[in-house]
Write a new protein. Structure first.
Length: 536
């Protein structure tokens, strides 16, 4: 209904008289300009209530989709006006805190002074869209939609597909109002006990060679979710930065075996060479030589292998795909798949013992390149769901095996060491075949705060109790008259939709009559509010 709001606003500014018939004509003109209106309505992704708490305020619902991540898409253009009040904030943290201020009952009591109810209504729509992102999609889809939501929230764009011959490590690029710059962000939506993971090879490529000179840093935005029943009740938001300057120190000081093994004996050589970084062919050739001896840098898959000529010049070409390399490439893919299945079984055992996340949480730790190497990655969501189900059978096998074994308390520290060796074995076997994953726990990013510049944004409270309390506050602020106007407008909109889409024309005629009556109520209410404003 954004077009209707725009027309009404323009007509009010012109001080033209809006009659019920004129209002209906406006709606009909808008609907006539939309081809196959009924099919558009049917194709809109449904947002299931599913027990989800809402604000019980009849404002138009925003249905978040992946299209929100594309600033040129019609869906993004349509919701830009709603997000405008947020995108004026200077940075990611300020925008998230702005949203959070509407979820704090104490701050909510101070909202909407001086008639700024439009800001309140816009924000409530955004918050409900956020809850829909987290609750109305399955785990695999929720991540993509959440990325799109964050892109819209920060006035940026979602990144998909290869960049300069490699998979991007950034999920979206935010726009900073402070200095007119773009901020690349890798977004992680995780359960509290799930570690933060990423591809070592892609990270190195991103920082030092992608596009020729690389990008100096990448911000990681981590949203830990707390779940009550079927819905996310809270989000704990953190961020940290990995850069050329802190990368090696962060891995070494983390003390994590997985990170130390990626560097091998090259930690000192890498740190020294990176300290003398320069955008030159000579520097890149020396870096390539060091990386050839670094266990975590995937041989034949990184850009230092595929996008660097013999003179050290960057060549922006796609790497040769191993898919067509013959029978040997086929056995490599089978090997990668076998490693992934084994990793899934280990993860299933850990989940049964309460030492790791469930399948959906563990699945989020897998990088796309790991799945691609195993032939288990697809852009098609249905195909990817089939692949995920295949991996889950191995996760479940490990879970069931752990249930049938002797209680681990008999093994004590031996079990912990065995588990660590199994993890390392999988990483070692995959390290030269695309399995080079770095990892930080939640404790690590706090411990490494001086190195990573870790920041805690606080919690976003989306619990049923909090939303219920906020509903009472905002309904009282909106007032009885405006609530009635919103309800009438909502019904008016629905009846207009029924008029154009109902296959039964008698139903359409009834909807038309109801819409005309509701249109009269809307016009009368708007005229009265206009008179009240003139008298102030």
């Amino acid at each position: 209904m954004s077009d209707l709001h725009k027309i009404l606003k323009e007509e009010y500014e012109k001080k033209l008289a809006i009659t019920p018939n004129l209002l209906i004509e406006m709606i009909e003109e808008i609907m006539d300009s939309i081809p196959q209106a009924s099919s558009l309505i049917e194709e809109t992704p449904p947002v299931s209530d599913g027990g989800q708490v809402n604000f019980n305020i009849p404002f138009p619902k925003l249905v978040p989709t992946e299209a929100w991540g594309d600033p040129t898409s019609q869906s993004r253009i349509a919701i830009t006006r709603i997000f405008d009040s947020i995108t004026r904030e200077p940075d990611i943290r300020a925008r998230i805190q702005h949203v959070n201020s509407f979820l704090d009952p104490e701050q909510a009591l101070r909202k909407a002074p001086g008639g700024k109810l439009n800001t309140v209504l816009n924000m409530l729509q955004i918050i409900e869209a956020l809850m829909a992102c987290l609750n109305d999609y399955n785990e695999s889809s929720a991540g993509f939609v959440f990325e799109s939501f964050m892109a819209a929230l920060t006035g940026g764009k979602q990144i998909s597909g290869r960049v300069g011959g490699t998979l991007p490590i950034e999920d979206f690029v935010a726009f900073s109002e402070t200095d007119d710059t773009e901020v690349p962000v890798s977004l992680k939506l995780l359960s509290p006990r799930t570690n933060i993971h990423g591809s070592f090879t892609n990270l190195i490529d991103y920082l030092f060679i992608r596009g020729g000179s690389g990008v100096s840093e990448i911000k990681y935005l981590v949203a830990y979710k707390d779940v009550q029943g079927d819905n996310v009740s809270q989000l704990g938001i953190w961020d940290f930065t990995l850069s050329r300057d802190n990368l090696i120190d962060a891995f070494v000081q983390s003390g994590a075996t997985v990170n130390l093994r990626l560097l091998g004996e090259q930690a000192h050589a890498l740190k020294q060479h990176i300290a003398n970084w320069e955008d030159s062919p000579e520097w890149r050739l020396q870096m390539a030589q060091i990386l050839s001896q670094t266990p975590g840098y995937t041989e034949g898959r990184g850009m230092f292998d595929n996008n660097l000529d013999s003179s050290g010049q960057f060549v922006d070409v796609e790497p040769t795909s191993v898919d067509g390399a013959g029978a040997f490439a086929g056995q490599q893919k089978r090997g990668a798949r076998s490693n992934l299945y084994r990793a899934a079984e280990v993860a299933g055992q850990e989940a049964q013992r309460g030492e790791g996340p469930d399948f959906e949480g563990w699945r989020q730790t897998l990088e796309d390149e790991t799945l691609m190497d195993a032939g288990l990655w697809s852009k098609n969501k249905k195909t990817q769901k089939k692949y995920d189900d295949e991996i889950k059978t191995h996760f479940d096998r490990g879970f069931e095996y752990a249930q049938s074994t002797i209680n681990e308390s008999f093994f004590g520290s031996f079990h912990e060491r065995e588990k660590e060796l199994m993890r390392e074995e999988i990483l070692i076997e995959g390290s030269r075949e695309g399995g080079s994953q770095w990892g930080f726990s939640g404790e690590m990013i706090v411990k490494l705060q001086p190195v990573l510049d870790t920041e805690y944004y606080g919690d976003i409270n989306l619990s049923a109790a909090n939303v219920s309390e906020l509903s009472k506050i905002y309904i009282e602020k909106i007032g009885e008259d405006l609530m009635k106007l919103l309800e009438t407008t909502k019904n008016f909109s629905e009846n207009i939709g029924r008029y154009f889409s109902a296959p039964d024309r008698s139903e359409a005629t009834q909807a038309n009559a109801l819409a005309r009556d509701q249109g009269k109520e809307i016009v009368t209410s708007l005229e009265e509010r206009e008179k009240e404003e003139d008298q102030k």
